[in-house]
Design a protein around this ligand. Structure first.
Ligand code: ADP
Length: 517
């Protein structure tokens, strides 16, 4: 897995980024507030210093100690934070200065006029030689006590200018910035390490073991369980996973048992079918002989002979036996379907004509709801006829006192049979999702089929009738599935039964996987 896809890397990166952002912003804000306070403190300090120097000059001048002014300025100017202190007259000539070499110099006109235009006390932050300087300019007013020396003509005797550097303040700010940066880096590093350790312990390891367990289960090992985890969401996930695997294991065991059971039943049925088929084969010919012989004997009896009735009963029973034998043979050794173009509506109509002769059918009304434009099928129309004959006969037999049969045809894509019953031909010619086909739904108004019998009615030899063989539906199912279709029954007791037969439209593949001849 690429490193940047790892949960740990994502988590740690997000954590570091977020924390750096929060610390960075809060540090920047704190520094800004501090910077403002420090600048104001410097400004207040210069202001106070200027006032003090002004008072000092005033006292010295009043007492006639004008030379002391230079001394005061030099003394105060020793402070490393003081850039310069100058006193100049209204013509711009520097009279006194903290640096002696400045005395006697003259300020340029522009500067001087700016100073003169300012208020009595002007405070400004200026850049002097690339450095930030707090500058205070104060006019020394001509007061009455000064008149003795300066006369009363001028309003201003001179201008005091103090420049104080921000060096110390800037050094302190830089120091604070450095500390903040280190704090941020250290916090981010500690958080990254802590986050990574926590991530490995709380998430990566348990999730890794869960993923390994899942991979084993995916590979078919249902004995694997996720290790006992912590009491958190991942622990619960592991518990749910284990429960799921337990259920999967139980379901697999159940399916295997069911499969074995079905296999055993299929083998049993196959043997039984073979046995029944050979028995039926043996019985078929003698039965035909018996029927022929009885018929000859019956023909020889006089018309009014009461034994004729006995002969007729024997013949009926022999015919019933013959039908059972034929059904048995059809089930055990089904003939290969004779595939050709087949119109489903024609097949149904032919069966209906055949049934019209049956006395029991006279009581039953048949409603045909055929969809127009159903394409012809590739099918054995005789075998399909047998399927619908079986279904119609069952419906008629279910309604001895009469009723209604509805035959409805619809085009529809294949879908799983509603009963959820497994299709026996699933490995060969089972319908596939997306196949197009026709559905024939046969609904009667008889007593219906009890729910507990629904799953048995397609089993061979299952019958609830006194004279039934129990082979009609199993033969029908085999034929339908041989045609790549499916059949299912649906019934609510007391509300009749519906048999649905779905048959594909288009080429049919035989259950062996070979296309039908
Ligand atoms: P048989 O008709 O010889 O009994 P089938 O395989 O055709 O054999 O039918 C099996 C059983 O399914 C019937 O005995 C009956 O109980 C039930 N059955 C089939 N069709 C219907 C129907 N239309 N209504 C009620 N029960 C039905």
């Amino acid at each position: 897995m690429p490193l940047f896809h790892s949960l740990k890397v994502k988590f740690v990166a997000a954590l570091v980024l977020l924390v750096s952002l929060v610390i960075g912003l809060s540090t920047w804000w704190t520094l800004e507030v501090h910077r403002g306070h420090m600048l104001h403190a410097t400004e207040d300090k210069v202001r106070a210093l200027t006032e003090a120097i002004d008072r000092g000059i005033h006292v010295a001048m009043r007492e006639g100690r004008s030379q002391d002014v230079q001394r005061i300025l030099e003394e105060v100017g020793r402070d490393p934070d003081i850039e310069k202190i100058i006193v100049f007259d209204t013509h711009g000539k520097i009279l006194r200065a903290s640096q002696v070499d400045l005395v006697g110099r003259v300020l340029d006109r522009d500067r001087l006029s700016r100073y003169l235009d300012q208020a009595d006390l002007a405070v400004a932050r200026v850049h002097e030689n690339g450095r930030l300087v707090q500058s205070v300019v104060k006019k020394i007013r001509n007061r009455p006590e000064c008149f003795a020396c300066h006369g009363a003509g001028e309003a201003v005797n001179g201008i005091l200018h103090v420049d104080m550097s921000f060096r110390k303040t800037q050094e302190q700010i830089a120091e604070m910035e450095g500390m903040a940066l280190w704090t941020m880096l250290l916090t981010a590093a500690v958080l990254a390490a802590g986050g990574a350790i926590l991530m490995v312990r709380l998430v990566e390891r348990p999730v890794g073991s869960l993923i390994r367990a899942m991979a084993k289960v995916e590979g078919g090992d249902l004995e694997t369980r996720a290790g006992p985890g912590q009491r958190d969401e991942i622990g619960r996930l592991a518990e749910s996973f284990n429960t799921m695997v337990d259920r999967l294991k139980a379901a697999r065991a159940e399916i295997e048992a069911f499969h074995h059971q079905r296999l055993a039943r299929a083998e049993h049925l196959a043997t039984l079918g073979e046995l029944a088929a050979s028995l039926a084969h043996e019985v078929k010919n003698p039965l035909a002989g018996i029927a022929g012989a009885i018929q000859v004997m019956a023909d020889e009896l006089p018309e009014a002979d009461p034994k004729r009735e006995i002969m007729r009963e024997i013949l009926e029973q022999v015919h019933r036996l013959d039908k059972t034998v034929r059904d048995l043979l059809a089930f055990a050794r089904p003939g290969k379907p004779d595939i050709g173009p087949c119109d489903i509506h024609q097949v149904l109509d032919r069966v209906l004509i055949l049934l019209a002769e049956n006395p029991a059918a006279k009581q039953v009304r048949v409603v045909r709801a055929y969809q127009a434009g159903i394409p012809s099928l590739d099918a054995d129309s005789k075998q399909l006829g047998q399927v619908f004959l079986n279904l119609l006969l069952n419906a008629i037999q279910a309604m001895p006192t009469g009723g209604q049969i509805t035959l409805k045809t619809t085009m529809r894509p294949v879908c799983v049979p509603r009963t959820g019953r497994e299709i026996d031909g699933a490995e060969g010619n089972a319908p596939m999702a997306g196949d197009r086909g026709v559905e024939v739904a046969l609904t009667d108004t008889g007593p219906g089929i009890p729910p507990h019998l629904l799953q048995d009615i397609f089993n061979p030899f299952f019958t609830t009738k006194h004279r039934g063989t129990g082979l009609g539906l199993s033969v029908s199912r085999r034929i339908v599935e041989d045609h790549g279709g499916w059949i299912e029954a649906e019934s609510s007791p007391g509300q009749g039964a519906t048999f649905r037969v779905w048959l594909p439209v288009g080429p049919v593949t035989h259950r062996t996987g070979e296309p039908l001849p």
